[in-house]
Design a protein around this ligand. Structure first.
Ligand code: ZN
Length: 529
């Protein structure tokens, strides 16, 4: 069956504690959702704030290919005739083809929050929907607190839907506004509504009981054909239902059609794009689209996955545009390392079984000490090359020292090279810069390292309970203008950890340049992408 998708990242999603989108962000996201093939994009509540009003102003220039933009607002205020209600006028002024209005379903809210009678509430719903329909709008009627209202007073809840339906609402959307309903009860209620109303029934769920996606799917199972949510599950409190997971489940496991299999392959990149604009990391463990969604760490899993990925993967990652990853860690068996080694092509083929075993042991030990080789592809490659050529070392560090005072640092480095001992001194902007300058002076006979530049530098405390004596991990990204790679160092001294990562980067570059048999560094980078 064709299920309508309705994304409310730009309205309900912005209620999330960490979310703040500029008007420009919202325009970019709307465009992206349209490209993905979402049917409805709820842009905001024009009656509630100037930013949303400006969004709808700017959105007039958006040439959406597929999606319908919708403005959100409440039914008219009890005291206002509908044609004089400012909120309703703002909805019309937003200029969208579709309008979503929410009305009260729960008699408790009608008495307590609005302080009006049941009959008055029904009139408010009917008049507002009718007015919007008379102005040519497609109307999605959001029945707020529908499930709580139904459980409390089924008869009244049904009458509110009847009022909206009679007035011409195109979709009756049942909202679990407080997120407290469980799937088995929700399913029964949706089935009851389905049997009483024809036309499109919608579902809008929140994740307060951690079952928002399950609830949406249960509703669709019982005949709902319009589903609301947010692609990354942003939203008030514990968030809205995750529309990305819902879409993937409907398409891949329930035989329904939403955005179609081709667009589905863009799901991961669109979710990452939205997270980027939200300035939030995409949750690594986010189902389907997270970085860890198809990552394998345990050795037994990895060896099985390498034989047949279906052994430990519920779907093919490519179906949603994600990729399989095999992590190298202290839990690794040989299979993990084998998988990583494939990226090094012919370089890895040259490893004999003894060297391979030694490499696995070295990797496990390094991970145990806090190295993160998954992130440090350069250090991993250096390990591989060193296992291939255990006797090759271009230099040994004889000694190094560094002194820092008020923003300037002086370093002195002594290296043993094949032609003798080289010592260099330099002053830099900090200890790391001073050491870098010394290292380059000592190694000036190797032109290959001149182009190696630092791109990014990150420090992470590994055991924070040790306070300032804690071990730290330094991760540095380098580039030689063509390729980039990362190296890692671990120590309880940040300068020493940085120094170790720097030495790895330089050693790797020297080994790559010297390795005349293998044009592998380019090959490795190519394969890695
Ligand atoms: Zn909501």
């Amino acid at each position: 069956m064709r299920i309508q998708t309705f994304d409310t990242t730009l309205r309900d999603g912005t209620q999330g504690e960490a979310i703040s989108f500029s008007v420009d962000d919202k325009i970019l996201i709307a465009r992206k959702l349209d490209e993905l093939g979402i049917d409805y994009i709820e842009g905001g509540w024009p009656g509630s704030n100037p930013k949303d009003r400006e969004f709808f102003e700017q959105a007039r220039g958006l040439r959406l290919q597929h999606a319908k933009l919708t403005a959100f607002g409440s039914t008219r205020y009890a005291k206002n005739p509908v044609e004089e209600d400012r909120n309703v006028r703002e909805l019309l002024d937003a200029g969208t083809p579709c309008v979503t209005i929410f009305g009260k379903t729960w008699d408790f809210h009608v008495y307590r929050a609005l302080g009006i009678s049941e009959e008055e509430n029904l009139a408010i719903i009917g008049e507002t929907v009718r007015y919007l329909k008379d102005h040519g709008k497609e109307v999605v009627y959001d029945a707020e607190h529908f499930f709580d209202g139904y459980i409390n007073n089924r008869d009244f809840a049904l009458r509110t839907l009847e009022a909206a339906k009679k007035a011409g609402a195109d979709v009756l959307c049942l909202c679990d506004t407080n997120g407290g309903t469980l799937p088995q009860y929700l399913a029964q209620i949706v089935a009851d509504i389905r049997s009483k109303f024809d036309g499109v029934i919608g579902i809008h769920t929140h994740n307060d009981s951690d079952v928002a996606v399950a609830n949406a799917l249960a509703a669709i199972e019982k005949g709902a054909s319009h589903v609301q949510g947010c692609l990354n599950a942003y939203g008030e409190r514990c968030g809205n239902s995750n529309l990305a997971s819902i879409i993937a489940n409907l398409e891949l496991k329930m035989g329904h059609t939403t955005i179609g299999p081709e667009k589905l392959q863009e799901l991961t990149s669109v979710c990452r794009y939205i997270a980027e604009l939200a300035n939030l990391p995409l949750r690594k463990d986010q189902p389907y689209v997270g970085q860890s969604a198809f990552a394998h760490k345990g050795g037994i899993h990895v060896s099985a996955v390498l034989k047949d990925s279906a052994t430990y993967e519920h779907i093919s990652p490519a179906a949603v545009g994600n990729i399989q990853r095999v992590l190298v860690s202290e839990l690794s068996g040989r299979s993990n390392v084998d998988y990583q080694l494939r990226q090094f092509g012919s370089l890895a083929d040259r490893l004999n079984p003894d060297a391979r075993r030694g490499l696995v042991d070295r990797i496990k030990q390094a991970e145990f000490e806090g190295y993160d080789l998954e992130a440090a592809d350069g250090t991993f490659e250096l390990f591989v090359r060193q296992s291939l050529q255990p006797k090759t070392d271009f230099f040994q560090v004889k000694d190094y020292e560094v002194q820092a005072r008020s923003g300037r640092a002086t370093a002195r480095v002594t290296l043993g090279l094949p032609d003798g001992v080289h010592t260099a001194e330099a002053t830099g902007h900090g200890p790391f810069n001073a050491l870098d300058l010394c290292l380059r002076k000592c190694l000036d006979e190797f032109p290959g390292i001149r182009d190696v530049r630092l791109i990014d530098y990150k420090v992470r405390v590994l055991d924070s309970k040790e306070g300032t004596a804690a071990k730290v991990r330094v991760l540095i990204e380098w580039s030689d203008g063509t390729n980039s790679w990362s190296t890692v160092g671990v120590s309880d001294d940040v300068v020493e950890a940085s120094w170790a990562a720097m030495l790895d980067a330089v050693r790797l570059e020297l080994m790559r340049v010297s390795d005349v048999h293998v044009a592998s560094s380019e090959k490795a980078v190519e394969l890695r992408q």
